[in-house]
Ligand binder design. Structure first.
Ligand code: ADP
Length: 232
């Protein structure tokens, strides 16, 4: 049954690569506004493909995909940049620009969508304060720890206030302390109303946080439940 607050809906979605690999098979999924979801599964189970499909980087061979009122199955290429503004993305390897300082890395996300300099300054400084890096705004990525770099990446992902934040193994390169801090930040973004989807291998974090967990295996959803809670 479709619900009013539904933000993402996938019906019978199949994704295959040109090599013939069926990376996602008959995916059915409904995500409500404001949810926090972990996506888990062994290597090769389709987690990254799932994220890439939501980003519109990979096209579904069949099925229906509705994300933030956009129909991905019918979307034209030129609509993609506009659609992507509804999404923030964080990657395992941070993907910051090494030749720009922290402020500029975050500001760039606003510049490309044409925000005025005055607003950029306000929004970026506010985001950097939020991730605890207000005083490091002039530092370059190489001068920061992994945890700090990931904080910058989160600020960059969130500065345009997307409705969905996708994180692909955001703690994969971090030690346990930094991993917990980054998860804490993602929870904070979630509490502010952002729907958060996190691909992770970190079982300890998944077990402790008691969120909805979607388990993929060989391209299929084999489990979808709230840890320690009710079955979806
Ligand atoms: P995970 O993120 O869970 O490790 P992936 O989504 O990366 O899984 O991969 C799912 C399946 O699709 C695997 O069998 C993988 O080898 C295959 N695959 C991933 N990317 C490509 C690609 N660009 N071309 C062909 N096959 C791919």
């Amino acid at each position: 049954m479709r619900q009013e607050n539904e933000l993402i809906r996938l019906e019978h979605v199949n994704v295959a690569y040109p090599t013939g690999t069926e990376a996602l098979k008959d995916i059915n999924l409904s995500v409500q506004k404001g949810e926090f979801i972990f996506v888990v599964g062994s290597s090769g189970s389709g987690k990254s493909t799932f994220i890439k499909t939501l980003l519109g980087e990979v096209q579904a061979a069949s099925g229906k995909l509705l994300v933030a009122k956009h129909n991905l199955s019918k979307m034209r290429r030129k609509e993609l940049p506009y659609y992507r503004r509804t999404l923030g993305v964080v990657f395992q390897e941070f993907r910051l620009l090494d030749d720009r300082n922290v402020f500029e890395n975050v500001a760039l996300a606003q510049r490309v969508v044409g925000v005025s300099n005055e607003k950029i300054r306000r929004n970026v400084l506010q985001m950097l304060e939020m991730v605890g890096l207000g005083d490091r705004r002039r530092a370059f990525p190489k001068e920061l720890s992994g945890g700090e770099q990931q904080r910058v990446a989160i600020a960059r992902a969130m500065v345009n206030r997307p409705s969905i934040l996708l994180a692909d193994e955001p703690t994969g390169n971090l030690d346990p302390n930094n991993s917990w801090e980054i998860m804490g930040l993602l929870e904070e973004m979630n509490q502010l109303g952002t729907t958060v989807i996190v691909v992770t291998h970190n079982n300890e974090i998944v077990d402790k946080l008691k969120k909805r967990v979607i388990t993929l295996n060989k391209g299929e959803i084999i489990n979808d439940e709230v840890q320690g809670g009710y079955i979806q």
